[in-house]
Structure formats: structure tokens, C-alpha cells
Design a protein around this ligand. Sequence first.
Ligand SMILES: Cc1cc2nc3c(=O)[nH]c(=O)nc-3n(C[C@H](O)[C@H](O)[C@H](O)COP(=O)(O)OP(=O)(O)OC[C@H]3O[C@@H](n4cnc5c(N)ncnc54)[C@H](O)[C@@H]3O)c2cc1C
Length: 283
Amino acid sequence: MRLRGVLRFHWARDVDEALSLLRAYEGKGAILAGGVDLARSARTDIEGLIDITGTGLSYVREDPKGLRIGATTTLSELLFHPLSREYAGGVIAETLRLVAYPALRNVATIGGATVSAHPWADIPTMLVALGAEARWRNEEKEEKASVEELYKTQFRGIFREAILLELVLPHWDGVFVFEKIGRNAGDIALLNVCAGLGLREGKIAWARVAVGARPERGERLPWLEEMLLGKEPDENLWKKAEEEVKERIKVGSDRRASGEWRREVAGVLVRRTLARAAGKAVK
Ligand SMILES: Cc1cc2nc3c(=O)[nH]c(=O)nc-3n(C[C@H](O)[C@H](O)[C@H](O)COP(=O)(O)OP(=O)(O)OC[C@H]3O[C@@H](n4cnc5c(N)ncnc54)[C@H](O)[C@@H]3O)c2cc1C
């Protein structure tokens, strides 16, 4: 049985209350959002569950900094929100449609996905590619960092004492696309790629490419992004990108796929995402 030590369930009315409950449990409390991960947690030390879905963190808004997505926004709310469908060529909807299945997306939250950050997951790869910023609060102060930087730290420790408030996705003058390979619909990724391009006067003005489930969590390929800058987007360039990726990407084996397979498929998925992004960007 999972979570067998739980004694109490709290419905926090606001973030302050959730934080003070978290502190009162001295490490034996856990923030609960959609609960799809927490329900499977092997942790036996959790005594109090603190539900934050009523704390006002479910929203999608746009302002000059970008798209602001509250941490308890469910994946379905985000997928069907008009603002996210318009954002960066529709990459949010494209990615979330490939995350598990509707019943799970109806309860799982973007904050839970960001904090859980499974290495095989699609959402971290998308957030890293998009340059998302995370904002969180502990009892003393509010802090922020890019999700990419956050994932280089012991971020799970941070969220034992803090609440992720929102994600801010910057505006991009260009488009992103997402591709995933799993064994069947609804399966987790054997590999995923999120890539974005901006074009100026027929040349690549910026490029962002992140590859996840390698089996490590999604990371950008800065050497590839640099190689693409200033080039004309055409089939030869995508072929070169595929070859470079096959040569240089760091991949590994696990029980789901071999490193050899991942290397090959990473090249193909990068070529496909770049070609598709360029096609969408010129429209
Ligand atoms: C069967 C299954 C299939 C899946 N398939 C995919 C997939 O195809 N692609 C993909 O990308 N992902 C997939 N996932 C991962 C899924 O997206 C995440 O598990 C889910 O989004 C977690 O959200 P939640 O709201 O349920 O989190 P919860 O279970 O409520 O919380 C997860 C963790 O985050 C902490 N937490 C949650 N919210 C906050 C917050 N605001 N501040 C601080 N801490 C917080 C909790 O304490 C807990 O440790 C899958 C998961 C499952 C169970």
C-alpha cells in the first residue's frame, strides 16, 4: 500500500496557509495537486497531505513577459485554453495531447509535472526548450529561476519547503514543435524532442532544441543551436543536423530502449522537428 503513513488531509485556502502547514509537519507533509504521482509515491514518511488546488493557482494569462500558467492548472485546462493554443505555433497543445490520456490530464497539473520532472516525461523537455521560468515561494521569500537552471540543482529539496506558484513562458517570434516516440498511444516516451525556430529574411535567427528521455531529462543541444544560426532552412541543413545529433548526442540504455536506438532516433526526430518548425514558421 502506498502513502500508508498519512494521518491528515488539509484543504489549504491560500498559499500562506499551505506553507505554514508544510512547515508545521517538519518534512512529514506533502503538497498535493492532481495527486497522480503522489498516489504512487513510495514515501512512507508522509503524515499530512496539503491540497493546494483551492489556493487560486489555476489560471492561464498573458502579459508582456509571456504566458503565465498557475501551478495547479490541469493539463486539460491548459491544453484547451485559447491562449495556449495560440502560443508559439501551438506547441503546448501539441505536447499535451501526447501526455498520457484524457482522464489523467483532467487531474494532473502543470506544477506537479514540473516538480516531479520524470526524466522520461514530455513536459520538462517542452519547458526547457521554451525557456520557461518557474516562480515559487517558501516561508521567507519568493524566488524564480529558469526551469533549465532549476533542473541542474537539487530542486526536489527546494519543493519540500516551497510551493511552485507559476510558470512564465516567454513570447517567441517564431514557432516550436514537439515529437515523441512511445510504444503506443498513451505510453511514456522512449525519446522526445521539442524544437523551435525563428526566421529573418529567409535565414535562421534563433534556434532552440531540447531532447528528453535519453533516458535523462530533457536538455538543450547548444552546439546544434549555434550551428543552425544564420543558415538557410532547407533539407540539406536538416540532414546535417541529423548527422551531427547522431554523432554527438549523449544517450544511454535502460530497460525501455538501447542507447544505440536512441542515438539513431534522436537524429531522426531532430530532423523532423526542425523541418516541421521551419515549415510552420514561413506560413
Ligand atoms: C500513468 C502516468 C502516465 C504519465 N504519462 C506522462 C506522459 O506521457 N508525459 C508526461 O510528460 N508526463 C506523464 N506523466 C507524468 C505526469 O504529467 C505527472 O505525474 C503529473 O503531471 C503530476 O501532476 P500532479 O498534479 O498529479 O502532481 P502530484 O502527484 O499532486 O504531485 C507530484 C509531486 O509534486 C509536488 N507538487 C505538486 N504541485 C506542487 C507545487 N505547486 N509546488 C510544490 N510541489 C508540488 C508534490 O508534493 C509531489 O511531490 C504520467 C504520469 C502517470 C502517473
